[in-house]
Design a protein around this ligand. Sequence first.
Ligand code: ATP
Length: 656
Amino acid sequence: MTNPVVNKTAHPFDKARLESVLAHRFFYAPAFEIYGGIAGLYDYGPPGSALQSNIILEWRKHFIVEEHMLELDTTIMTPAPVFETSGHVARFADWMVKDIKTGAVLRADHLVKNVLSARLVSNKEARALAAQPQKEDEKAKKKAKKDKGKPAPVQLPDELAAEYENILAQLDNYSGPELGELCRKYNITNPDSGNEVTEPQQFNLMFASSIGPTGQHPGFLRPETAQGHFLNFSRLLDYNNGRLPFASAQIGRSFRNEISPRAGLLRVREFTMAEIEHFVDPEDKNHERFAEVRDVELDLLDRHVQQAGSTQVSRMRIGDAVARGVIANETLGYFLARIHLFLTKIGIDPERLRFRQHMANEMAHYAADCWDAEIENSYGWTECVGCADRAAYDLSVHSKKTGHPLVVRAQLPEPIVTERDVAEYNKKALGKTFGKDLATITQAIDAFDEAQMVKLKDELSHGSATIQSPDGREFKLTPDLLTIERKTFKQSTREYTPNVIEPSFGLGRILYSLLEHCFWSREQDVERGVLSLPPVVAPTKVLIVPLSAKDEFKPLVKEISLKLRKAGVFAHVDDSSQSIGKRYARNDELGTPFGITVDFASVKHHTATLRERDTTIQLIGPADDVVAIVTELVEGTIDWAEACRRLPVYEGVQAE
Ligand SMILES: Nc1ncnc2c1ncn2[C@@H]1O[C@H](COP(=O)(O)OP(=O)(O)OP(=O)(O)O)[C@@H](O)[C@H]1O
């Protein structure tokens, strides 16, 4: 028997139904609800927390354990100078506009996107309507009734629709003033009120605070975990025996004062991130394990395609994408492939996953290349993981600011021997002639390049030379004060600032997209929602269902529970008075992949039935075999088809 096929597309995805399941089963809910709630803050309930923990567990295995990454847990509260140096105080901002009458605040790029997308949808509807002969049948009447009060769709001229498509394809490439121009040019107003909006202004997204009772030390809640990695670079390097490349990893909370958080978990003000900083030699960005992922195929949307106004992806092997220069280097390509493998392993639909390259204006000025893993959900394509080659920016700025060298000293395989002219000073004579300007003179000469040194040597050989200090003063030098000698230098180490490749995951966005991708309704009953979460992330792996709460079932239920616990399988006993069918239905909504039923026959023969969530097929076997098989299913060492080969199908009816 192969894996039985389940028709998950029998009913179109029903978002309202999913939302009701998520609220009803308490996956997550608005925080502080009984105080009226605050936009962008959510609490996770038992299944949501367990799902997030399981995603994190898998993330740790897939990245930290598999790649020997150095795990960190750095502070959230950060003194202001850190973010002044990193550029966040000046630049970690979004463009916002205000409704000129109501004062309502909107994010400028989201406003343009929402209004133009809505106009394109309306245009499509109008064209479809114009192409159809007007029918007065029951269906048309019903639709007219449903649409009552809705504005009639508006058809756009072809060129205007094409302009809108082009703008939307490269929306992230516009600056604030350009977004303002778009609002004026295309008459974009606040959709809630119809009022005009102000010119875009920058709004910094960091939550400001102060550290200590005096208020003397301003601080911020971190908007990402990255700075904690950079500031600890020297210690990490030391921990790694001074060797590169290596990666640090951190899972923790970040905070962003988003302008108008909407779209549930997709745009919140406090969220969990999982970030990796992979430190690499700028002269060698090849990756030791690249061959392992060379054949992984990704849907890529490169910047040239977007800048030409298209969103057409190309499916490419990661090996080819790096070889053709579509992706800047092997290390970046390696991580894109590993991100793809992780997301699909936890249940993201590969057909709804793409990698979009940042356009020129969108990318930070220091970044060498940047790709976002975007997942399609009912809100559209959503960035869930950013993956950037940040070059040497972060380590360089912190090192410059603090004077602490954040560099690597690598032993060269062969020492480099060079010859150069250097100044030999007669410091006694120089001090006598120039007094406290001695240091100014020697520093100016030591900073000379080769050509300047040759010129100085030549002039001195003719009797005297005049040099200029950085503050513009001139000093006349003679051969008794200094000579220029040719010297040989041997360099056996190389000092450099590493480059950083940074994959940065937002767990809430991944978790929500996963819930959408896994949700469907049973063909025979639209009310019966199912979350087909893979066992690896499912909150509960096995539901144990005795026929009733009667004492006679208890010993076997206890025995099976204990054996599963010993095997490390998270199981839950439901001995409530509801029918078995209802108990299974509840657990289908919670995403529990397997059920073990204990009935009178089980007690008598020491057997149990094993039910699979998606197919609802039940197998029967000795209780110990069922425990062993379900353990393997949960660990992913066998699939359901293999379980069906090992145990006979149960033909009874008790469970559904
Ligand atoms: N407000 C938010 N709510 C939830 N997740 C977020 C939020 N902002 C960022 N993330 C997550 O953190 C990841 C890395 O953050 P990054 O700074 O690259 O996002 P961003 O480019 O600022 O996102 P956006 O453009 O959508 O605001 C994102 O890919 C996303 O998964």
